[in-house]
Design a protein around this ligand. Structure first.
Ligand SMILES: [Zn+2]
Ligand SMILES: [Zn+2]
Length: 245
């Protein structure tokens, strides 16, 4: 098994892992409670364990729990730092991680919080982006809670897949395609998904329509969209690009 060579490859694995709750027959789901090295992607708001992240092209179908955690931890240490168990940040991430597990009816191995395991966070130089997940830091105001729900659509594996199937893995704003620049192995299928529905339009019964409500966008355009709160419409950003280039 080959180790990942870029943070992008690890993020794609993290996105694959996000479906673990629904994939009840997968090894990752069955062995969920045994993972104790957890990595948090603050830019996409996802947790995933070392052995799932560290090998190339891991997904819920092909993950069989093989390999050693030592190798994957070594490669991931290029981009992640271990969070000091005595810090405030650790407390915050522990709560977040336990909530993620509880949400899918699982629990986190206690080894994670003792000397043996750990919680790891993207090193500062990789976490500068202000993707929507960061808004959850606003605290427990209704707006913030709703924002988190909205962002869940951007991360929902099924909604993402339908959006990308319809529009292709090409930025809807600037037309950037990762595969064309980074090649097939790294870039194929890589894209963010942005949720364009205004918070004010979302009621209790709202169900996302992946074609009407979501658009594939590159991480650069995605950051620009979220520089405004609420986020700018992709059409508006497209106009801005057209006037400037
Ligand atoms: Zn773009
Ligand atoms: Zn977005």
């Amino acid at each position: 098994m080959l180790l990942v060579e870029s943070l992008n490859e690890a993020s794609i694995n993290a996105q694959a892992f996000s479906g673990v709750g629904e994939s009840t027959k997968s090894v990752a789901n069955i062995n969920f409670n045994r993972f104790f090295h957890w990595y948090y992607f603050s830019n996409i708001g996802l947790f995933a364990p070392s052995k799932f992240l560290g090998y190339k092209s891991t997904n819920l179908e092909n993950y069989l729990g093989e390999g050693t955690g030592t190798d994957t931890q070594r490669v991931l240490s290029k981009w992640f730092v271990k969070v000091d168990p005595k810090s405030e940040k650790h407390k915050e991430l522990k709560e977040k991680l336990e909530a993620f597990a509880a949400n899918i009816g699982k629990s986190i191995s206690t080894k994670t919080f003792q000397g043996t395991g750990g919680i790891y966070l993207l090193a500062d130089e990789y976490s500068g982006s202000d993707y929507p997940d960061e808004l959850s830091k606003q605290g427990i105001k209704e707006g913030a809670l709703r924002q988190v729900t909205v962002n869940a659509y951007e991360r929902s594996p099924r909604a993402r897949a339908e959006c990308i199937e319809h529009y292709g893995a090409k930025c809807w704003v600037c037309e950037f395609e990762f595969e064309g620049v980074y090649g097939k192995e790294l870039g194929a299928g890589f894209i963010h998904v942005h949720h364009i529905v205004d918070l004010a339009q979302i009621g209790e019964e709202y169900e996302v329509n992946p074609i009407k409500d979501l658009r594939p966008v590159c991480p650069n355009c995605h950051s620009m969209l979220h520089k405004r709160k609420p986020a700018m419409h992709p059409d508006e950003l497209r106009k801005i690009i057209n006037t400037n280039t």
